[in-house]
Design a binder for this molecule. Structure first.
Ligand SMILES: *Cc1c(COP(=O)(O)O)cnc(C)c1O
Length: 346
């Protein structure tokens, strides 16, 4: 295989990252704290401008811990129906937290303040469930890594605040949003009560995410994390990889974005009949096909040495990352265009 662009989760830890993992000072994080994990947590809290942060085995667990913290059984969580929490977390909002999802129908690719306002129920409706939480995803995976601008984030927070609702930010790729806009992760994070960030996507760590928020919230989240089975012991080995990503791989995220733009440019210029490609804000390129032939395109591309993923029956996704550098993306782009042309009818 020439290149694997199925996801930015496929990266392998670099030699330098593995060295930091091997050298990590560790302790029992449940008994008396793992020093490297603590260092990661305080670094992340500082970057996000929050009081505290906690290391989690996955972004899914951290998102679900936030929903557990901020919602209550029988209440509604306002969510974009195309969000990761709705699509890719096994119904955790219902199954674990006992809350239901109130879908926020979005006029555009990502939620705006008027979408959120439209979705809210009247507080005077005596039979309607009570809302407990608003969730925002930035960058938005389904929308092709689209950035939710700071202006839009602030407007969303204002609508939530006016309704006395807390906000959770699923910022698995918030680092990419910051790299693409120059807005700091702290400015984005200031629009939310809790923020989840991932280390296992663009930052290239093998495992891990963090949840950040107020001191009091994180004190409660320590117990929620324990209940979810996410309290880890010598987690410093993993935290060292995350720290390495934070210190050494954030500055290279613009390279991923440039590679995605290059891929977009080649596919767009190929003039493929009926194919529309979402112009990337960050590191994700979504390719919309005129028929349900995504599986066939994925198969043909693999034959040509290019791994991409079937996002929906008519949508293919390609993601750039640490192990998909621009030189190789450049080689892969015409091959992917050819795979699409080979599969399309006529
Ligand atoms: C990847 C991702 C997550 C978390 O995924 P895990 O695989 O559980 O770490 C959450 N939200 C979004 C938008 C993601 O892309």
């Amino acid at each position: 295989m020439l290149i694997d662009m199925r996801s930015d989760t496929v990266t392998r830890p670099t030699a330098a990252m593995r060295k930091d993992m091997a050298d990590a000072e560790v302790g029992d994080d449940v008994l008396d704290g793992d020093p490297t994990t603590r260092r990661l947590e305080s670094t992340v809290a500082e970057r996000l401008g929050k009081d505290a942060a906690l290391f989690f085995p996955s972004g899914t667990m951290a998102n679900q811990a936030a929903v557990w913290l901020l919602s209550a059984p029988g209440t509604e969580v306002l969510l974009d129906p195309l969000s990761h929490i709705v699509h890719s977390e096994m119904g955790g909002v219902a199954a674990l937290c006992g809350a239901q999802i109130l879908p926020v129908v979005c006029a555009g690719a990502v939620m705006n303040a008027s979408d959120l306002l439209q979705a809210m129920r009247s507080p005077d409706d005596a039979s309607a469930p009570e809302a407990s939480l608003v969730c925002i995803e930035n960058t938005h995976a389904w929308a092709g890594g689209q950035v939710v601008s700071l202006t839009r984030m602030r407007a969303l927070r204002d609508v939530a605040s006016a309704a006395h609702l807390p906000v959770h930010l699923d910022g698995a790729r918030l680092w990419n949003a910051a790299a693409a806009t120059g807005t700091s992760v702290a400015e984005f994070a200031a629009c939310a009560d809790t923020v989840m960030v991932s280390f296992s996507k663009g930052l290239g760590a093998p495992v891990g995410s963090a949840l950040a928020g107020s001191r009091d919230a994180m004190r409660r989240v320590v117990r929620i994390r324990r209940r979810f089975g996410g309290a880890m012991r010598q987690s410093g080995v993993l935290a060292a990889a995350a720290l390495h990503g934070l210190l050494h791989h954030i500055d290279r995220l613009p390279d991923d974005h440039a590679a995605a733009r290059e891929l977009f440019g080649v596919l767009d210029a190929a003039g493929l009949e009926g194919v529309s490609i979402v112009a990337p804000d960050t590191n994700i390129v979504m390719i919309d096909l005129p028929t349900s032939c995504a599986a066939a395109v994925v198969m043909r591309a693999a034959e040509l040495g290019v791994a991409v993923s079937e996002w929906t029956p008519s949508r293919v996704r390609a993601v750039t990352h640490l192990d998909a550098p621009i030189q190789r993306v450049r080689e892969a782009a015409p091959l992917l265009a050819r795979a699409i042309a080979d599969v399309l009818p006529g």
